[in-house]
Write a protein that binds this ligand. Structure first.
Ligand SMILES: Cc1cc2nc3c(=O)[nH]c(=O)nc-3n(C[C@H](O)[C@H](O)[C@H](O)COP(=O)(O)OP(=O)(O)OC[C@H]3O[C@@H](n4cnc5c(N)ncnc54)[C@H](O)[C@@H]3O)c2cc1C
Length: 505
């Protein structure tokens, strides 16, 4: 229930700070600004350890950099506010002195979203925690943005409720981070993504005003929903300080199933039909043959694991639909122990650091597509990844489903060859960037969405304007209007950065 780093940083030999990988202009607040910050914010840190900790997140390529002793980018100051009022004061100072301010929380983002590209101030949200209200009549909770997954869910459970949001990073990520990245939990097919749960937000704007979006009501027809503007904005449009979310009573019963398909496309068809009939099992994960072997040590075919929790009548009907649609695709019932195995291992990513240490580059890419486009997207992405000579492994599973489509979650791993090691440019980065570029191009050409829940950060920043096409200027004018000085998380989401007049990318 706290922050974790993906790998320890190899220490600099001469006791100096690690080098930064991005060579961008770094904005350093002066002593007068520091004094103002200290007067306004409960905790202001300038020590090396705090700055180094705030220089990186779980962006996989930065694991490689950490092994080499460097970090993405160092901030000058870490400000850790204890209240919305303090957030507003810090933002007011940043606005007055044109200092970039990068909001960070769990730092579990995997696209570099919390990296302070232009230095300045990291606004660390983890002291703003806790639930302030549970409305057990209307089923809503109000909680502070810096609350990590475990304390939030534990308090809800104590009161007989659940949020139903279980990202793999549950232990190391926060409510604000989930909202800022449009996070998806492993049970999202029943409970929805975080943006489906959000009913209203408190946000500190770039000019330090505090606004509240949403109403004390489930829905409204009062113009566009302003909450949606900040959901997924990754710290570039405002700082989310609190949220009101929909919750559910703790489910009465749970049950699970394993089905094995002879091929991935039959499995996809069964999943499509399950959703089409209105069944929404909390967990429904279909693994292709490679991942079925890797995770479940079976070469019998493609594994589908299903878990649901609900009122007994709903649960029994849901699993009936699952069984009927899997049987209709000639699947065979598998060992239910595979679901238990998934539960045991589902949040274990301890393999990542050793792989990187052994010279293997590995990452995951989650995208989404309609049921119509999903089979083509899968084939196209797999062949794009496998066509790279360094690729050792490429696979995918279906992880979050809707009645109109689903999320495809891909994994790739590769090892640069000896020849490439001799080249000037870092071979790991060359391979990493090529794998990402080919996958993004395949997704765009097969009509998919380039991210389902990890967001844009730095890694996908160069694709967003292409994806949005004529809608991109609308995004840019929203940014320019809400943050005219460009102080909020500059360099992210593909927005042009005005810090020191340096454009990004
Ligand atoms: C092992 C692992 C598994 C993961 N599994 C999942 C998963 O299953 N589902 C999923 O959705 N994601 C997953 N992620 C990605 C990550 O956990 C999510 O993106 C998460 O939402 C980030 O939350 P955080 O608190 O760590 O935010 P950070 O990493 O600290 O920040 C992420 C972004 O949000 C912004 N931000 C953070 N807090 C605020 C705020 N209060 N106001 C405004 N902006 C803010 C930051 O500026 C940054 O751009 C996983 C990551 C890891 C490392």
């Amino acid at each position: 229930m706290s922050r974790e780093v993906p790998i320890e940083l190899t220490e600099a030999t001469n006791n100096s700070l690690p080098t930064s990988r991005f060579e961008l202009p770094i904005i350093t607040p002066d002593a007068a600004v520091l004094k103002r910050l200290e007067e306004s914010c409960s905790t202001v840190l300038t020590d090396d350890t705090s700055r180094i900790d705030a220089s990186r997140d779980w962006w996989p390529i930065s694991i490689k950099w950490a092994i080499g002793g460097s970090v993405p980018a160092l901030p000058t100051v870490v400000a850790r506010p204890a209240s919305t009022e303090e957030v507003a004061k810090v933002i007011a100072i940043c606005s007055e002195f044109h200092i970039p301010v990068t909001t960070s929380a769990g730092r579990s983002g995997v696209c570099g979203g919390a990296v302070p590209l232009f230095g300045g101030i990291v606004l660390d949200m983890i002291d703003m925690t806790g639930i302030s209200d549970i409305d057990d009549t209307s089923l809503t909770v109000r909680a502070a943005a810096g609350t990590f997954g475990p304390p939030l869910e534990e308090e809800l459970r104590t009161n007989g409720f659940t949020l139903g949001h279980w990202p793999q990073s549950f232990d190391i990520s926060t409510l604000g981070g989930w909202l800022a990245c449009r996070s998806a939990g492993q049970y999202s097919t029943r409970y929805g993504k975080i943006e489906d749960m959000a009913r209203g937000l408190e946000v500190v704007m770039a000019d330090s005003t505090v606004i509240h979006t949403g109403f004390n009501a489930p829905k409204a027809a009062t113009g566009p929903d302003l909450s949606q503007l900040f959901l997924g904005s990754e710290g570039t449009l405002g700082v989310i300080t609190e949220a009101r979310l929909s919750i559910r009573p703790l489910p009465e019963l749970s049950d699970h199933r394993t089905w094995i398909f002879s091929n991935f496309s039959d499995g996809l068809e069964a999943c499509r039909m399950i959703l089409r009939r209105g069944a929404t099992p909390a967990v429904m994960r279909l693994y292709d043959a490679q991942e079925s072997t890797l995770h479940f040590e079976t070469d019998a075919g493609c594994v589908l694991i299903v878990y649901d929790e609900a009122d007994p009548g709903l649960l029994s009907w849901t699993l009936q639909v699952v069984d009927q649609e899997c049987a209709a695709q000639h699947a065979s019932l598998g060992d239910n122990g595979l679901v238990d195995r998934w539960f045991d291992k589902r949040n274990d990513v301890s393999v990542l650091a050793p792989l990187y240490k052994s010279g293997i580059v590995v990452d995951t890419i989650e995208v989404a597509a309609s049921w119509k486009n999903l089979p083509g997207l899968y084939e196209s992405c797999m062949s794009a990844l496998q066509s790279l000579p360094e690729t050792l492994y490429a696979s995918a599973h279906l992880s979050h489903s809707y009645n109109d489509g689903a999320c495809m979650y891909m994994t790739f791993a590769g090892q640069p060859t000896d020849d490439q090691e001799a080249e000037e440019q870092n071979p790991s980065e060359l391979y990493y960037n090529a794998a990402w570029r080919r996958t993004m191009e395949s997704v765009m050409s097969t009509g998919g969405s380039i991210s389902h829940h990890h967001g844009i950060g730095i890694q996908r920043a160069s694709y967003l304007r292409t994806v949005l096409g004529p809608a991109w200027p609308v995004m840019e004018s929203i940014k320019n209007s809400l943050d005219p000085e460009g102080i909020l998380n500059p360099g992210k989401l593909g927005f042009s950065s005005y810090v020191c007049g340096t454009p990004w990318p």
